[in-house]
Design a protein around this ligand. Structure first.
Ligand SMILES: Nc1nc2c(c(=O)[nH]1)N[C@H]1C(S)=C(S)[C@@H](COP(=O)(O)OP(=O)(O)OC[C@H]3O[C@@H](n4cnc5c(=O)[nH]c(N)nc54)[C@H](O)[C@@H]3O)O[C@H]1N2
Ligand SMILES: Nc1nc2c(c(=O)[nH]1)N[C@H]1C(S)=C(S)[C@@H](COP(=O)(O)OP(=O)(O)OC[C@H]3O[C@@H](n4cnc5c(=O)[nH]c(N)nc54)[C@H](O)[C@@H]3O)O[C@H]1N2
Ligand code: SF4
Ligand SMILES: [Mo]
Length: 747
């Protein structure tokens, strides 16, 4: 009997009718709480669970189950639109490889289902024993930006304050760490200033390393609704779908954004195309910055970037003051060895031209995952909840007071970053790793290194909605989770809008929401007293609301989930004072909740002096330059609006599968292809110093000669990537490594 059959028999015998609710009956675990409330049989609205756009979807229910969905025409984000993933959002719930019971790897090396009780004992006993033997530093967790903030918050305080771990990070390190650090240093707080209306109100939109046509299609629709006939500028080495749709494309050489931005600043200053009054009133450090960019002469920068002097001058002219200019960036900037300085060079352009705090402006980082922003504010990984700092004694006290815990429990510096945790695993210092809602055996840079490191672990726990992800296949213990649609909570989108997840479908088998898994672990660990005020996600939201008071992200004016629901999402800040109608910070007094709110209208930033700070530094050499042996620069990224990351969810939809390429592929320029005698559709092997990948050649001038592009959705891609990290944010530089390509002799 194979595992699947064994499993089916097990489920019938032991748990045939065991439901989510029954697992949590008070008698069984003494938790005494009710699980998430299943929506009644009617149509209800909630936020999509894939990307950070945060579209509203209307879910149509029958017999306690979601049967269909349609985009919500009332929701201020998407105005009745959805991309293919949104339309297919319910399909991944029904897949037959859902994890429906906890599973433990037996002596035979196979995962077999067990009861929660056994799984939770194994989890807590083994982790306690590891910590007793090897210390607090021997256990770590890796989480995500894809679950609601109540879950991330609960996990953060359970692990760091309840269990006493020091090290935990999230896949937001792969994604948003750069923006987080850049904003914090420049503005004094991690605060993307924009609202989506800015897409419609700009005269000039510049996209740096962003491909919204594919990655944020509904944000792109908002750009298309702009009535001002805007100039749309795309800065990307590749001729992406967005570059094709833009009015101008600057195909710079990979990783030359920083000199390009300094060159643009040089020209703007030289020509007097700056807003000196704004600079004087609202910023510090401009004089030093101006001195720094003095040497970035357009002729030299034209050469470094491959764009030429004339195009650089034309670019500077397009963004000179007089028009509303908005500057947007995504992973082409963040995933770089010098991402933080590059993002800050974009922020500097906005500051020096006074393009911030007004309609159609801003230095705007577009987030990626549905709750990347919630993770940045509340996950308790790289900072304390509410965007506070571990290093700050007053911050530690505030958190301790509100949570009713001893201040000494709180660590005085952040734990290790993602790559440092994995180094700890590799070197045997970290013995147990708990992975929640992320799939690093596919998505982590230099994947073979991850897989090798994972073999060193005494305990690898994977908490996922599927039992057979690339990472779950390496696990000793799999904890089955409910997913979007099966639980409730709040997520924060790119424009700081809080939106709701609701339960519109029961979770399969014994799967539990991550929230209740964390609660159970607290119970088994013996630290559940700490969470007595957090029996449900909504109660937890109230605790987080208290933690937000007085912080730039203050949302204490939000009464409850119902208010978020009725308002069509609410953008932070929304303080209790503002709810009472008072003027607060940069938000003028008003009645009711404004639907579109941007930050910094009053020119006040979050540094103690109220000013934004010019941040800069010298460009660093590319970590792995091309060589005669590995002569191509490999770029990676999203390739289809129908695929999500490691494809565990989107791969379940027959409709979506039709919308993306069936095989792995690599884009190669026609000149290079003809030189290597490669034709479109040929199987080729792409090799780096770390590994190799097999893919079909897609011969196209979308990439320049000497470059290749591969989608990140294919598992082979990160066998190739080079583990270089931004020195300030420790975000991996996924978008540049040296490779060679050859025809697959065996094909
Ligand atoms: N359909 C779909 N949508 C998604 C996702 C998904 O998996 N599928 N994921 C979501 C997530 S988590 C994220 S973070 C976002 C990512 O959204 P994006 O960042 O827009 O997507 P990417 O394709 O990763 O990268 C954007 C571009 O950076 C370019 N690039 C590479 N190197 C450089 C460089 O040196 N300079 C410049 N200027 N550009 C460069 C690449 O050619 C690519 O076109 O998408 C979100 N949306
Ligand atoms: N080469 C290359 N690599 C990249 C990138 C790139 O551009 N190039 N981009 C990077 C970026 S920006 C990102 S964000 C990462 C994304 O990388 P990952 O986070 O690894 O990608 P996902 O496929 O989204 O993984 C989410 C996992 O959570 C599970 N899951 C979904 N919902 C739930 C839930 O509610 N609870 C639980 N417990 N599990 C759930 C899914 O089944 C899946 O296994 O990839 C990074 N990797
Ligand atoms: S754009 Fe993003 S949030 Fe909107 S439907 Fe598509 S995946 Fe969902
Ligand atoms: Mo991301």
């Amino acid at each position: 009997m194979d595992l699947k059959d064994k499993f089916a028999v097990f489920m019938r015998q032991r748990h045939g009718r065991l439901t989510h609710e029954m697992v949590l009956t008070p008698g069984r675990f003494g938790l005494g709480q009710t699980p998430d409330r299943l929506q009644p049989d009617s149509t209800t609205s909630m936020v999509c669970g894939f990307c950070s756009t945060g579209c509203g979807l209307k879910i149509h229910m029958k017999d306690g189950k979601a049967v269909n969905l349609t985009p919500d025409p009332e929701y201020p984000v998407n105005l009745g639109m959805a991309c293919p993933k949104g339309w297919e959002a319910l399909t991944p719930l029904k897949a037959d490889n859902r994890a429906v019971a906890p599973m433990i790897r037996g002596e035979d090396g196979k995962l077999a289902p067990v009861e929660w009780d056994q799984a939770l004992h194994l989890f807590t006993d083994k982790i306690k024993a590891t910590m007793a033997r090897h210390g607090k530093e021997s256990v770590a967790f890796l989480s995500t930006g894809q679950i609601p903030m109540e879950e991330l918050f609960l996990l953060g305080i359970l692990t760091k304050f309840g269990m006493g771990l020091l090290h935990g990070d999230a896949n937001t390190r792969q994604c948003m760490a750069t923006s987080h650090v850049a904003y914090k240093q420049s503005f004094g707080f991690d605060a993307p200033p924009f609202t989506y209306k800015d897409y419609e109100e700009s005269d000039v939109l510049v996209f740096f390393g962003a491909n919204p046509c594919i990655a944020h299609p509904i944000m792109w629709e908002r750009v298309m609704m702009n009535p001002r006939k805007p100039e749309i500028i795309v800065v990307d080495p590749r001729q992406t779908e967005t570059a094709l749709a833009a009015t101008r494309h600057y195909p710079l050489l990979p990783k030359t954004d920083l000199p390009l931005l300094y060159g643009l600043a040089h020209v703007l200053i030289r020509e007097g195309w700056i807003d000196q009054a704004y600079i004087d009133a609202n910023t510090t450090g401009f004089r030093e910055f101006a001195r720094h960019v003095q040497t970035y002469h357009p002729a030299a920068v034209g050469k470094i970037t491959g764009l030429g002097e004339a195009r650089l001058l034309e670019f500077a002219r397009a963004i000179r003051p007089g028009k509303r200019v908005s500057l947007w960036w995504t992973m082409g900037v963040n995933q770089s060895h010098e991402g933080v300085r590059t993002a800050q060079a974009i922020i500097n352009l906005a500051l020096m031209t006074g393009n911030i705090g007004r309609p159609g402006t801003g230095a705007n980082s577009i987030t990626g995952q549905v709750n990347a922003m919630g993770s940045r504010l509340f996950s308790n990984t790289s900072g304390l909840p509410g965007g506070r700092n571990f290093q700050d004694a007053a911050h530690r006290r505030e958190v301790a007071d509100i949570l009713g815990i001893d201040t000494d429990i709180i660590q005085q510096k952040p734990g290790l970053a993602y790559d440092q945790i994995l180094t700890g695993v590799k070197e045997g210092r970290i013995k147990a790793l708990w992975i929640i809602a992320t799939n690093p055996a596919h998505s982590w840079v230099d994947q073979e290194e991850f897989r090798r490191a994972a073999k060193n672990l005494d305990l690898l726990v994977v908490q996922d909605m599927y039992h057979d992800t690339d990472t779950a296949r390496l696990a000793h213990l799999v904890l089955p989770s409910a997913c979007w649609g099966e639980k409730e909570g709040v997520v924060i989108n790119s424009e700081r809008r809080m939106g709701l997840f609701k339960k519109v479908s029961p979770a399969p088998g014994q799967a539990l929401s991550d929230f209740y898994i964390f609660k159970l672990i607290a119970k088994y660990w013996g630290c559940d007293a700490m969470f007595k005020d957090m029996d449900t996600p909504e109660q937890t939201f109230q605790v987080m609301s208290k933690l937000s008071v007085g912080r730039p992200c203050d949302f204490s004016g939000i009464r409850d989930y119902k208010m978020i629901d009725e308002e069509g999402g609410i953008q932070w800040p929304y303080s209790a004072a503002e709810a009472a109608g008072a003027a607060t910070g940069s938000i003028p007094a008003h009645a009711g909740i404004e639907k579109e709110r941007r930050l910094f209208a009053d020119g006040r930033f979050y540094h103690p002096d109220g000013k934004a700070k010019f941040q800069f530094g010298p460009p660093q050499p590319i970590p792995e330059p091309v060589t005669p042996e590995f002569p191509f620069a490999l770029l990676t990224g999203r390739s289809s609006s129908a695929q999500w990351h490691t494809n565990t969810r989107t791969g379940k939809s027959a409709v979506l599968r039709k919308l993306y390429a069936a095989d792995s592929y690599v884009e190669i320029h026609p000149d290079d292809a003809s030189h290597l005698k490669i034709a479109s559709g040929d199987w080729v092997i792409v090799k780096s110093l770390r590994g190799q990948a097999r893919a079909r050649a897609a011969v196209a001038s979308t990439v320049q000669p000497g470059q290749l592009f591969m989608p990140m959705h294919d598992v082979e891609v990160n066998r190739l990537t080079f583990p270089a990290f931004d020195t300030h944010s420790r975000q991996p530089s996924y978008k540049h490594c040296a490779v060679r390509v050859e025809k697959d002799a065996d094909a």
